[in-house]
Each structure stands twice: as structure tokens, then as C-alpha cells.
Design a protein around this ligand. Structure first.
Ligand SMILES: Cc1cc2nc3c(=O)[nH]c(=O)nc-3n(C[C@H](O)[C@H](O)[C@H](O)COP(=O)(O)OP(=O)(O)OC[C@H]3O[C@@H](n4cnc5c(N)ncnc54)[C@H](O)[C@@H]3O)c2cc1C
Length: 394
């Protein structure tokens, strides 16, 4: 793939090195590898191990625990590179939780917790999943119903989670649960607590959800029945969990944006390639403007989204507010990726629908970038309220 189709973010020699090193690993896992994982819904253990062995899981983690201590900008370059590989979103989801998930532990955990929890996550020896979404709360996170009730030096947890990715493989879970009933709280955002604990299958039934795409990386419904969590597995203060999750939302949106841009760029490169090769009516289909223009438009849209992502990442790394930029980046990137994948399928004509050409897989994976972890609608609600000063609508 041409460099301009990979990353404009990688503008310094250190960033080019990150991109090239990550790309070299990704290139060992081609479309054939990922198509097989997707068709058989098999977790990409080999890819995951290769990324972990090269030390990339600790890219933003503190050096004293084995990380590289780099910023969200560098992590975005890494995730965009992974997104533009043959594994697209499945490849990103394999490692995503390790990159942003432990952020709450880094910032709000005690020294003892950081020493106990971070090194094995960074080495890839421990796999964690992220349990926030619930079937009856949806995007209204403060309404989540999973309850953690204090019982001496432990909590007992009961409830349900949904869409918990990688829970089939995970040994640990970063779990948000209500410790004080919402009626007893001053604000709905109070009374939620964050835990990083064993995913003890004697108390948690993990049921896989059959889904449209990204089959290689499982998503699950969790049924939690009297899960005991030692008090020392609570991160930070009781009742402050929502605030801790909010801290990591902006970096997560930035990484999601970068991942989506990667997917879009890969689909676009495949489309351009096919448009040059496929001859119909005695000329390459790419000679028709109806094929060229949508692809050119996607190139521009992906580049614009990338610049917004870079801006958001630079603000975050400088310790400045970046909520509007991070949300806008995620919105623009997901839409641009979706369009690019749709256009890649259409450029391939009937072959766009055939698994063999892979663009249908990229398309299926791009769909989810517009749904989660925050939907495009909720991003627009946020921008309308926080940037334009319009009344809160949700
Ligand atoms: C493949 C996949 C992997 C995931 N992995 C994880 C994971 O690992 N951990 C985890 O915790 N979660 C995970 N999720 C969950 C994901 O973050 C949620 O699906 C997402 O937050 C949306 O929540 P919901 O599905 O409950 O949608 P709902 O809240 O039910 O919303 C449905 C629709 O209504 C719209 N809507 C709702 N309220 C409003 C409003 N006030 N104004 C305008 N529009 C509104 C939404 O934008 C959306 O379009 C995953 C989801 C998927 C699909």
C-alpha cells in the first residue's frame, strides 16, 4: 500500500519507525489468515502473541511496569496501522483493551495495584475484558443495574453485562457496577465503582453472541451470579467509578477513530487496485469517473478524519481538553471508513460480495465503528450541547 494510504499521522522519524515496525508484524498475517479466523470464529492467538512479544501492548503504559510511556498519538499510529492490515477491526479488537483499558488502573490504582495488575497485561500474559454495557441500560450508563454489595472484605456482585468482547479468552474483567442504589445518590453518576478482578467462571456465565462481523473476536452476554470481588480489586474510591471511566473515554475515542481510518484506507487501496485491473467495455473500470470520484472523495474524507484525530491526540497528550475533537474524530472517521468500505464493495461489483476479495469482510467490520463504544447519534448530541450550547437532549 502506498504510504499516503497508510498514515499522515506518522510524520516524525520515531512515528515512522512505530508504523513500520507494527506493519512488519501485521504483514505476517495476511487476508487468508484473517478470512479463515473470521469464517471459523477463531480467536487470532498467533497475531495477538506476535504483538505482545514485540512489546507493543505497553505502548502507553508507564516504563516502571514494563511499558514504553508513549502518548496517545503514538498509540493511534499503532492502532491505525493495525486497522489498515488484513485483520482490520478484528486485529484492532484483539489488542484494543490492553491499550486503553488499564488507563484507570494507571491513574487511579494504588502502587500495589499497579505492580500487581499492569506487568502481566503489558506482557500479554493476562487478557482482560471490559464490562460496562448492560442490556437494560444501553448508552445511558448511569442506569446500569449490576450491583456490588459490600460483604466484609469483599463485594458480592450480581447482574448482567452485554457485548463484553474477548470474554471467552479473558482471565480478568474491568467491571463497572453500582455500589450505591441510584435513589440514594446525589447525582446519577455517583455510586458506581470500578473493579479489576478475576473473571471467575464459577460465578460468571459467558455466552457468545453470534454477530454480523468481527467473528474472530468474540462478544458475549455475561450473567454474573454472586461473584465475590476482594476489596483490594476495587480501583480508586468506592462510588467514583463513572468518573474514572470518563477519564479514559477521550483516548478510547481517538484510538477508535484511528482504527476506523485504517480500515477505510485498506478498503480504499483494494478498491483502487481492482479499479485499475478490472477491464469492462474495453477499459479499466477506474477510467470511469463514477468509479474514480467516490474513491477520491473517500481519500479526502479519511485524510480529514485523520487530521482531526491527530489534533485530538495532540491536545490529549498536551494535557488539554479534547472532548469535542476526540468525539468529532470518532464521528468523522467511522463515517469515512463506512463509506470507503461500501464503495470498495461496489467498485468490486459482484466480486465485492465474494469472501475471496475480502472487502465484504472489511465492510462488515466497519459497520460496528459507527455503533460503539459511543454511537454517532450520541456524539452529535454531545457536540450540539457542549460545543454549540444547545439544550441537552438525552
Ligand atoms: C461488536 C461489539 C463489541 C462491543 N464490545 C464491548 C465491550 O467489550 N464492552 C462493553 O462494555 N461494551 C461493548 N460493546 C457495546 C457498545 O459499546 C454498545 O453497543 C454501544 O454503546 C451502544 O449501546 P446499545 O447497543 O445499548 O445501544 P442503545 O443505547 O440501545 O441505542 C440504540 C440506538 O438508539 C440511539 N439512541 C439512544 N439514545 C439516544 C438519544 N438520547 N438520542 C439519540 N439517539 C439515541 C443510539 O445512538 C443507537 O443508535 C460492543 C458492541 C459491539 C456491537
Amino acid at each position: 500500500m502506498d504510504d499516503s494510504l497508510i498514515s499522515a499521522l506518522a510524520d516524525s522519524s520515531e512515528r515512522v519507525e512505530i508504523r513500520d515496525a507494527v506493519r512488519a508484524i501485521c504483514n505476517r498475517f495476511d487476508d487468508h489468515y484473517w478470512r479463515e479466523k473470521d469464517e471459523n470464529a477463531i480467536f487470532p492467538f498467533e497475531f495477538s502473541a506476535a504483538i505482545a512479544e514485540a512489546g507493543w501492548l505497553g505502548i502507553t503504559m508507564p516504563p516502571e511496569y514494563g511499558g514504553a510511556g508513549l502518548g496517545v498519538t503514538e498509540a493511534a499510529i499503532m492502532m491505525q496501522t493495525i486497522g489498515s492490515s488484513a485483520g482490520t477491526f478484528a486485529a484492532c479488537s484483539t489488542v484494543h483493551i490492553n491499550i486503553f483499558g488499564p488507563h484507570a488502573i494507571v491513574v487511579h490504582g494504588s502502587d500495589a495495584q499497579r505492580r500487581r495488575m499492569l506487568p502481566s497485561l503489558i506482557k500479554g500474559e493476562t487478557r482482560s475484558c471490559f464490562g460496562v454495557t448492560e442490556p437494560d441500560a444501553g448508552l445511558d450508563t448511569t442506569k446500569l443495574k449490576t450491583r456490588a454489595v459490600r460483604d466484609g472484605d469483599r463485594y458480592l456482585v450480581n447482574g448482567r453485562k452485554i457485548w463484553t468482547s474477548t470474554a471467552q479468552q479473558a482471565d480478568k474483567i474491568l467491571l463497572l457496577a453500582r455500589t450505591t442504589p441510584i435513589e440514594e445518590c446525589k447525582r446519577p453518576t455517583d455510586g458506581l465503582s470500578l473493579f479489576y478482578t478475576d473473571l471467575d467462571r464459577r460465578h460468571v456465565e459467558v455466552r457468545e453472541i453470534h454477530k454480523m462481523g468481527r467473528a474472530a473476536v468474540d462478544s458475549n452476554a455475561l450473567f454474573i451470579d454472586n461473584l465475590p470481588i476482594p476489596v483490594e480489586d476495587r480501583i480508586g474510591e468506592e462510588g467514583a467509578g463513572f468518573k474514572y471511566i470518563l477519564d479514559s473515554l477521550n483516548p478510547e475515542r481517538i484510538l477508535n477513530a484511528a482504527e476506523a481510518i485504517g480500515i477505510g484506507r485498506r478498503a480504499l487501496a483494494k478498491a483502487a487496485n481492482y479499479a485499475n485491473e478490472r477491464v469492462v467495455f474495453g477499459r479499466p473500470i477506474g477510467k470511469n469517473q463514477s468509479i474514480q470520484h467516490p474513491l477520491a472523495e473517500s481519500w479526502a474524507a479519511l485524510y480529514a478524519a485523520e487530521l482531526m484525530t491527530l489534533r485530538a491526540a495532540a491536545l490529549y497528550d498536551a494535557g488539554k481538553p479534547c472532548g469535542a475533537e476526540a468525539n468529532a474524530a470518532k464521528f468523522l472517521a467511522a463515517d469515512a471508513a463506512f463509506e470507503a468500505c461500501d464503495r470498495a464493495v461496489r467498485t468490486h461489483g459482484g466480486m465485492g460480495y465474494a469472501s475471496e476479495y475480502n472487502v465484504e469482510r472489511y465492510f462488515r467490520e466497519a459497520v460496528v465503528t459507527r455503533l460503539g463504544p459511543v454511537s454517532r447519534e450520541l456524539i452529535l448530541c454531545y457536540l450540539a450541547e457542549r460545543v454549540l450550547g444547545l439544550p441537552k437532549s438525552y
